[in-house]
Design a protein around this ligand. Structure first.
Ligand SMILES: [Fe+2]
Ligand SMILES: [Fe+2]
Length: 176
């Protein structure tokens, strides 16, 4: 058994080998390192005005997506899909938490309160795909204008995770 840490969310993973994705934030395996190689001050970043504004936008986006997925997770007519979106809510909450750490602010008080869903799996999954496209595109854009090495690592990593979620939505359609 070894102890690994994710460079994106900072969570610890215990296992015999590096997983394909961080089980907490979804970051890809190349971002998961041995605990000894994890720099404790990784999130001590001096932000530019633009970087701070981009993080604020991302916090609001992740807050909204977390609450949307928590609402989907409450539907009681399909446990498979409800569980999948409960997992997705946890991943987006982890992203929100990371962005809050980077700006030095507390997590939104209502982060774990379910928002509203649209009333059918079909509509909810389409809405999810729309949200994931927006997140992936936005973070790719933020990556281009980020100047700090830390944000130049974080934005592409999280953008790739959101792109994975678009695939998950496509897969979810088969379980309706
Ligand atoms: Fe992670
Ligand atoms: Fe996502």
């Amino acid at each position: 058994m070894r102890m690994y840490r994710c460079r994106i969310c900072g969570e610890t993973y215990l296992g015999s080998e590096i997983p394909s994705n961080c089980p907490f934030c979804g970051a890809h395996r190349e971002l998961i390192v041995d605990t000894a190689d994890y720099p404790e001050d990784i999130n001590a970043v001096q932000l530019t005005e633009v970087e701070r504004a981009d993080l604020e936008t991302a916090i609001e986006l992740e807050r909204s997506n977390t609450r949307f997925y928590l609402a989907m997770a409450q539907r009681d007519d399909n446990r498979t899909l409800a569980n999948a979106y409960k997992r997705l809510a946890a991943v987006e909450a982890e992203h929100c938490s990371l962005f809050c750490k980077l700006t030095g602010q507390p997590k939104p008080a209502d982060l774990r309160e379910p928002g509203d869903e649209l009333g059918s799996w079909e509509a909810d999954i389409d809405e999810s795909a729309r949200r994931e496209h927006r997140a992936s595109d936005l973070y790719a854009e933020f990556a281009l204008r980020a100047t700090s090495p830390r944000l130049r690592e974080v934005w592409p990593a999280v953008s790739a995770v959101e792109a994975d979620h678009i695939e998950l939505d496509a897969l979810a359609k088969h379980y309706i």
